[in-house]
Design a protein around this ligand. Structure first.
Ligand code: PDD
Length: 277
């Protein structure tokens, strides 16, 4: 499919980046993944704002204006076959002799591609998915949406090895997030999530879920959540660009929830999913 690299459009398999790119050598870059429905980007402005914030935090100048980002992404999206896509873009610090210091005046490498959406299956939505848990062994800057994803890759693979869809992470006994999703619990009808911090990526769905809760009359609260609270919750769910909202019905092999709803997607999930659609 068509992708974008440094101002040019070409076939994904033909585009090449220097081996001295700092993205390749250091994982020195920022990325975004945006959902595309019917060839229209969902929450483009929010994703752009996060990209700009993240680039600022690691001192890479934003290489394109919002209008230029949109124009380039539209071209890539139009060229793809699927109506529903995941738009991926990344900016790395650029090509330079290998040295840790951020050399001045580098030209950032800008890349954009799209893939067909990998939507959750009806079965996953109906039955919920399994997760495992682990200590959050990643670094202390989970707020950065950086292409340095080794910690997340190792965490995700732990769940893959167990046939589970995600690894829910706890730092000092408190919930942070999962390897590539944010984690939410429902307790007494309210939706609870981890506060924004340097240990958690500020998912664009934080704001989406806040708005949906408001529409639905569901209390929405961000506060530190203990491992015990997550395990004892009425409902647990994941959110991300690709997962939207996904119900978790097994954690470390134990069924989530209570009574008749034990091991089943719950009512808060059902309402939020409906509203999200
Ligand atoms: N993952 N936390 C982490 C560590 C993530 O990587 C992601 C997104 C999220 C959810 O953020 P959002 O709602 O903005 O998608 C939380 C993307 C999709 C990925 O790496 O593919």
């Amino acid at each position: 499919s068509l992708c974008y690299l440094n101002g040019e459009f070409g076939a994904l398999r033909d585009m090449k980046v220097s081996v001295l790119d700092r993205g390749f050598l250091f994982g020195d870059g920022i990325y975004e993944v945006m959902p595309v429905y019917g060839r229209r980007i969902f929450r483009f402005d929010d994703h752009m704002a996060r990209l700009a914030r993240n680039l600022g935090k690691i001192r890479i100048p934003n290489p394109l204006s919002s209008a230029d980002w949109l124009a380039a992404s539209r071209r890539v999206i139009e060229a793809a076959a699927a109506e529903d896509q995941l738009l991926y873009l990344q900016v790395t610090r650029g090509v330079a002799p290998r040295e840790h210091t951020m050399l001045p005046d580098l030209t950032p490498t800008v890349f954009m591609m799209t893939t067909p959406t990998r939507a959750a299956t009806p079965e996953q939505r109906h039955q919920g998915v399994a997760c495992i848990t682990a200590r959050d062994f990643r670094w202390e800057r989970g707020d950065l949406k950086t292409t340095s994803l080794l910690g997340n890759v190792l965490a995700r693979q732990m769940s893959a090895d167990h046939g589970a869809v995600e690894t829910i992470l706890f730092r000092n006994g408190m919930l942070t997030e999962a390897s590539s999703s944010n984690v939410w619990i429902a307790s007494e009808g309210a939706l609870l999530g981890s506060p924004k911090s340097e240990h958690v990526l500020e998912g664009i769905r934080y704001e989406v879920l806040r708005e949906l809760c408001e529409e639905e009359g569901i209390a929405y609260n961000l506060r530190p959540l203990s491992e015990a609270e997550v395990r004892a919750a009425d409902e647990v769910m994941l959110s991300s660009t690709s997962k939207e909202i996904l119900p978790v019905t097994r954690i470390d092999g134990e069924l989530v929830g209570h009574g008749a709803m034990r091991g089943k997607p719950g009512p808060v999930y059902a309402r939020l999913y409906e509203a999200y659609q």
